[in-house]
Write a protein that binds this ligand. Structure first.
Ligand code: MN
Ligand code: MN
Length: 307
């Protein structure tokens, strides 16, 4: 029997890697010589999950056909998201929760697609259908994938099945979902490893408002207070950037991806326009913006209106 490589999409997220690991493990239980591999290094969030559950990061591959013909795809099906030589490989199976596009095979295959929030939710069903128990570390990486894909059930893509699967896996892995989930997502935002300059440049754009130049940066986090432990350094850097680049006003929007609120940090002039735009009072250059997550839709237009 030939070797089978199991992998998710390029630029892998936690589901791409977690689903490859769990699906390859299932296939081995079923007697296949299956190995989970990846089309890229794990991101910070995935690394956190792998470390937590003492799992090895899958080997990163560029091509498959120099080592085997047979592959199984998880968390993707579109060829342009897959391995470079996918067209020359034999796809034995696909387990996925994305649209089906640009997909064609020469031979029959097993194809499982469901419109749920995470591939790992489907893989849990496959374990049950085959009457195979999920071991704790595999449960751990599977529940991590569900937390990641659904932002701990907050994403509109999350279904009741994802939530139920995640709770079931949390029992097997023996983790507290809320605590672990927050830690995992926080590891993904990983702002503490970013310099102040990187943080302010990560996603910054300049806008002309009236006769002023307003610079607006946004960072995502699961812990706004943690970002603001560096408030003094942020303010110093924002002042410097204003001076060097002739920005009148620098706004940093720190968005909590879990509760969909933001904290605004404003340095420069005119701050009264900022207070007017959001109907807030700045306290120590800060204001809470309830329900604000989108710069494009919720930050720029009200500012533009008052300038
Ligand atoms: Mn994915
Ligand atoms: Mn996914």
């Amino acid at each position: 029997m030939s070797k089978v490589l199991v992998f998710g999409h390029q630029n892998p997220d936690t589901d791409a890697i977690g689903a490859a690991i769990s699906y390859a493990a299932l296939q081995r239980e079923l007697g296949m010589d299956a190995e989970a591999v990846a089309l890229g290094e794990p991101n910070e969030e995935t690394k956190y999950a792998l470390d937590y559950f003492h799992l090895q990061a899958p080997r990163v591959i560029e091509k498959v056909t120099d080592e085997t013909q047979d592959v199984m795809l998880v968390d993707h099906n579109e060829f342009q998201q897959s391995v470079s030589d996918i067209a020359e490989a034999t796809i034995l199976s696909v387990v996925d929760h994305h649209r089906i596009a640009n997909f064609e095979t020469a031979s029959p295959l097993y194809y499982r697609a469901e419109p749920v929030g995470c591939t790992s939710t489907i893989i849990l069903k496959l374990y049950k259908e085959k009457d195979i128990a999920v071991v704790p570390e595999i449960a751990g990486i599977m529940l991590s994938a569900i937390i990641s894909d659904t932002l701990l059930f907050k994403s509109p893509t999350c279904t009741p099945e994802d939530e139920a699967a995640c709770h079931e896996l949390a029992k097997i892995a023996n983790v507290d979902l809320k605590t672990y989930g927050l830690d995992l997502l926080k590891a993904g935002t990983n702002l503490e490893n970013k310099s102040i300059e990187e943080l302010l440049d990560l996603d910054a754009k300049s806008f002309t408002m009236g006769d002023k130049t307003v610079r607006i940066a946004q960072v995502n986090t699961v812990d706004i207070e943690e970002v603001l432990t560096r408030q003094f350094d942020l303010e110093t850097a924002m002042e410097k950037l204003n001076l060097e680049n002739s920005y009148d006003l620098f706004l940093l929007v720190i968005t909590n991806i879990l509760d969909s609120n933001s904290e605004l940090l404003a340095i420069g002039d005119p701050v009264d326009k900022v207070e007017e735009a959001f109907d807030v009072s700045l306290d120590k250059n800060r204001a809470f913006l309830k329900g604000v997550v989108s710069r494009k839709k919720q930050v720029v237009p009200p500012l533009q209106n008052v300038f």
